[in-house]
Structure formats: C-alpha cells, structure tokens
Design a protein around this ligand. Structure first.
Ligand code: COA
Length: 153
C-alpha cells in the first residue's frame, strides 16, 4: 500500500491535459483543502496507482468531524472516500481495484464502514453500487453512500 500525497490533483483527473492551479491556491479553498490539509493525520489512508512515470489513479479516505466536513460525511468514525483515475486509464478496472484496496486497508485499520458522496448522474455511482456501496440519503448536492466493510462484495 502506498500513502497518497494527493499529487494526482495537480493535473486534473477529469482532463489530464488541464493543469490545475498550484497546490497553495487549491488549499485556499476550504471545500478542497479539507481533503488534503495536514495529510498524514490519524485515520488518513491512501492507495496510489503509478504508471508511465507518474500517478494515474488514487483512492483515499479521511476522517472528518461534525464541525468540519464535506457532503460525504456520515459520522466522526466513518472515513469519507475520494477516488479518481486519469482519463486515459479509465474503464480498465483500476478505479475498482483502488477502491477495493482502500476498503481492505480501512478494514485492517479497524474501520467498520466507509462513506462517500456522488452526484446522482455520475456514472461512478454504478461502480460504487457494484462494489457494495449503498445509498443512505440524497439531496440537491448528490447521494451519500455507505460501504459496510464486513459485507464487502
Ligand atoms: C470513477 C472513476 C474513478 C472510475 O475509474 P475506472 O478506472 O474507470 O473504474 P473501473 O474501470 O474499475 O470501472 C468502470 C466503471 O466506472 C464508472 N464509469 C465509467 N465511465 C465513467 C466516467 N466517465 N466517470 C465516472 N465513472 C465512470 C462506471 O460505473 C464503469 O462501469 P460500467 O461501465 O460497468 O458502468 C473514474 O471514472 C474517474 O476518475 N472519474 C472522474 C472522477 C470522479 O468522478 N470521481 C468520483 C467522484 S464521486
């Protein structure tokens, strides 16, 4: 297992040709910063896929609190997951592999479930459902899904 430093976010995972702003600029925005700030704190887990001399995919999870959290937050004991695969590496099973590795690592760390947030029309939803994530709530920001680690498919 590798520990993610979040470097995949320097080049857009949605469009590998698009350079993203420097990390300091991204970290000025709370919505993005909370997923990266002080990386390495207790509970942080990350899986990185590397190829062609660079990062091509990453899945990571992080604990949040009632006072500081994003849309995928469930409770203080459930890490929230994020995943992205570089566009030219998608559709080959890498996203699923990253998520499964992350789930295994989280289970080994003693976590009992993982949560995430996904837009209702994001095709990633199908992948999450296939891996056993279940919808627990929905609003205008999207769906919140939970994976019970003891019941992984
Ligand atoms: C979601 C993502 C990580 C999946 O990675 P991947 O390596 O293609 O995943 P796999 O090959 O293991 O699985 C393919 C599944 O991903 C989903 N998928 C397919 N195209 C997709 C797309 N353009 N965007 C998001 N998910 C997609 C589908 O469920 C697909 O399975 P299906 O074709 O049977 O429906 C990748 O598409 C991605 O980085 N998307 C952009 C970032 C993103 O949307 N992240 C999730 C935010 S909640």
């Amino acid at each position: 297992m590798s520990t993610s430093s979040g470097r995949c976010t320097r080049r857009s995972c949605g469009n590998p040709d698009r350079e993203l702003p420097p990390i300091d600029v991204t970290l000025e925005h709370d919505e993005a910063a909370r997923y990266h700030r002080d990386w390495g704190r207790p509970g942080d887990l990350g899986i990185v896929a590397a190829a062609d001399g660079g990062v091509v995919g990453v899945a990571y999870s992080r604990l949040f609190t009632h006072d500081d959290h994003g849309h995928g937050y469930l409770d203080d004991e459930t890490p929230e997951v994020a995943v992205a695969v570089r566009e030219d590496y998608r559709g080959r099973g890498l996203g699923g592999w990253l998520l499964n590795e992350l789930a295994q690592a989280a289970e080994a760390e003693g976590f009992t479930r993982l949560s995430l947030s996904v837009a209702a029309d994001n095709p990633a939803r199908r992948l999450y459902e296939r891996l056993g994530h279940e919808e627990v709530s929905a609003d205008e920001s999207g769906l919140r899904m939970v994976l019970e680690l003891g019941r992984r498919v």
